[in-house]
Design a protein around this ligand. Sequence first.
Ligand code: NAD
Length: 338
Amino acid sequence: MTDLFVVERAAELRDTLHRYAHAYYTLDAPLVPDAEYDRLFRELQAIEAAHPALRTADSPTQRVGGAPLKELTPVRHVVPMLSIETETDTTEGGAIAFDARVRRKLERADDAPAIEYAAELKFDGLAMNLRYESGVLVQAATRGDGEVGEDVTHNVRTIGGIPLKLMGDAPAVLEVRGEVYMRRDDFEKLNERQRAAGEKTFINPRNTAAGAIRQLDPAITAQRPLSFFAYGLGEVQGWSDMPATHAALEDALATFGLPVCEHRVIAKGAAGLVEFHQRMAGLRDSLPFDIDGIVYKVNSLALQRELGFRNREPNWAVAHKYPAQEEITQLLDIEVQV
Ligand code: NAD
């Protein structure tokens, strides 16, 4: 029998996490730093793992993102937009544990060749689905709750780095997934303008980007400089020579004219992942944009299919975060503004 304290603690965590997630995803105005949210999320996950009867369908651990804003038109994703499992161990042990899980699921012997991974940065922005038909951008949608997002095509058209028409021989339908973010220097300039105009300053690039993209008036979005990196696909039709690996896929997206981040490697086994994670930790502060970790993805798309999905996350990818840098006081000190 589960004792009453655990039942009550699980209910309390669900309520608190729902409140934090609503503020973060729907209002773009977080109440606590990510590290605090992640800590409570992991506590709830641990309780649910020990007491599966407490895992309710509405638990934040079973969901992706937040509810779409009512004012924006809903878009049902043809291919759901999922989350990524977070590796809790921020040391090299995190990369080693992920590689071990992948090898176990693929039933690879200890002496089998190393698995090849695509390792790339985890951009701190918001996920976007860009739908191109015959090479023309026809729709842009946020992730929302993973099944239904928000139509933000009017705002995405203001982002200079996103091609309205793809270059080359584009597939009949190509949904490109990536991250809309704000560069640090653009964020500073924006806040300088706010100060000069006697307006409130913005809290951080991530929430400013999310707030900007979900405006009803594209003229406001246009005043908030946004950028984009492509890192994946949604629905695809009519791509006869579609690449067979994630890394080659990103190369192809770059040839279509989409922005793809240069900081990415094909890593061999856990050692390759550790090397990239450590190298990027050294570069993190000098990057022109915020990242909160590294994403490892099994490079072969055939192996990705074999590994499949569970709940809200693919088995072939993991987010290996860096230790949190922010403090709770940071959020309390600054007035939140969308
Ligand atoms: P996630 O950490 O589960 O990761 C998935 C997301 O990573 C994708 O949707 C995509 O937007 C992004 N991403 C960035 N770079 C990527 C790449 N190279 N490849 C693939 N995806 C990439 O994200 P989530 O489910 O949106 O949210 C969880 C995160 O949000 C947690 O880290 C949590 O701290 C934060 N959060 C904070 C609060 C708060 O109150 N502070 C509330 C809710 C969530």
